[in-house]
Design a protein around this ligand. Sequence first.
Ligand SMILES: Cc1cc2nc3c(=O)[nH]c(=O)nc-3n(C[C@H](O)[C@H](O)[C@H](O)COP(=O)(O)OP(=O)(O)OC[C@H]3O[C@@H](n4cnc5c(N)ncnc54)[C@H](O)[C@@H]3O)c2cc1C
Length: 519
Amino acid sequence: MAQQFDYVIVGAGSAGCILANRLSADASVTVALIEAGPRDRKLEIKIPAAFPKLFHTPFDWDLYTVPQKELDARELYWPRGKTWGGSSSLNAQMWVRGAQADYDAWGPGWTYAEVLPYFRRAERRIGSNAESTYGTDGPLFIEELRSPNPLRSHFFEACAEAGFRRLPELNVPSIDGYAPTPVTQHRGRRWSTADGYLRPILKRPNLTVLSEARARRVLLTEGRATGVEYSDSSGVAQVIARREVILSAGAVHSPHLLQLSGIGNPDMLKLAGIETIVASAEVGANLQDHLSAVVIYHCPEPITLVAAEKPAELVKFLTRRRGMLTSNVGEGVAFARSDASLRTPDLEFIFAPVPFIDHGQTDPPGHGLTIGAILLQPDSRGTVSAVSADPTQAPHIEPNYLSEPSDLERLVNGVEQCQSLFGSAALSPHVSAPMQPGPNETDMTAYVRARSETLYHPTSTCRMGSDAESVVDLDLRVRGVDGLRVADASVMPRIIRGHTHAPAVMIAEKAADLIRSAR
Ligand SMILES: Cc1cc2nc3c(=O)[nH]c(=O)nc-3n(C[C@H](O)[C@H](O)[C@H](O)COP(=O)(O)OP(=O)(O)OC[C@H]3O[C@@H](n4cnc5c(N)ncnc54)[C@H](O)[C@@H]3O)c2cc1C
């Protein structure tokens, strides 16, 4: 007999841990949380600077895009968290909500004023809270870096020289300026949604966590989601959902699970050999991501994170939770414009006191500093598509990076602005020769095509909207099916001008209210 629950949540990631907490707070309902990955018992998850050490391990889905036509046919590596906390256990911990204008375009119920209470409900801000920007008693610690690199202040001076504005806090409604990065850390260690929301409630008798259990499809009966089929070490099994199934499997796997369940674009499903049960053309469509191109300079001062692997740093971390290992790598942020006439920033610059090469996995040739340019509002759109009915076969990820020429132009402009920041009076005394682009890489368009990488922010593959074509409605209900919602980064109508963890958290906090009020 399949086990029965009121709610079945798929994915214990940024969003899923929150839903498990908020829904099981009502002792009269039962909740199952199904997570494909193992528990988050790994020192590298707790050490903020160690996240690249988790790449290509069992804690990572280890995904790749299809060859990118506009990026020299490269297949880009896409890490995604596969453990409790999901990508919040693997990410760079930057807490960046994005601009007010982004949310105001999402639709009724999702304007900045309406979602702000959900950000604040999640936040437990420690330290600076200028203009009372943040919540102070939520489950997620938002703190300052405890041991920021001394060179970060020169990056901020370079931003001031460039005419950017110092923000009182990074998370003010108008993100127009620069500031230190607030991080999801507590006393120098990572603080994921598993830390904030899941671990404290594991003793609740009405919550069942199925770990290392991979959802294969949503069970549909007469137009209603009735449960989930999953596999674990004992084989294939089912759980029944008396009220709702909620997909929080992230921007790649939530649309993939819908497709595996027969909900999607009929042409795409047919090619994959999957019978269409509910036609929904945009499932997996509308994929957006933040593409990043970095500029790296050698640094003659031996104080960058290249030294983070010294045993003394590990001792400092283990004994005092201080030192280089508490760095989140992306220590400072500036928002800027590719065109001065734009009303809102369309570029972000991230300062990292280390040569961040090959996702932090290649040992750099000595000390160096990185400023990454990120295109915040890409016009290019991509897809996530099942390629077979086999749930273990990864979907095709086609981000179509730079397929819109304006994206390439703006990112090239961003790289040039990063080079200017390095040439500033504030930063130039602290760098020597350029590392990337190297002396022979003079064509910046070719450089962007050859070197750009993901900033790890895929969104919008289960787009929310009030129009009939959207995948979910404004209450996150999957159109054409009863008892099924999606709540994670995939529902964003458009990627935000910020980072995607904070909005995934906000979406889950709001989803919990929507689900509870539907009873
Ligand atoms: C390396 C890296 C660095 C990043 N840095 C930052 C940053 O500094 N700041 C920021 O804001 N954002 C950052 N991000 C992005 C951010 O972490 C994500 O956007 C956010 O965590 C997405 O939340 P989610 O709930 O949508 O998905 P996730 O947190 O990815 O959760 C999805 C969960 O579902 C599980 N799952 C998937 N399929 C199945 C299945 N079939 N069955 C069962 N379980 C399943 C996964 O294992 C995972 O636990 C980064 C991401 C990465 C990978």
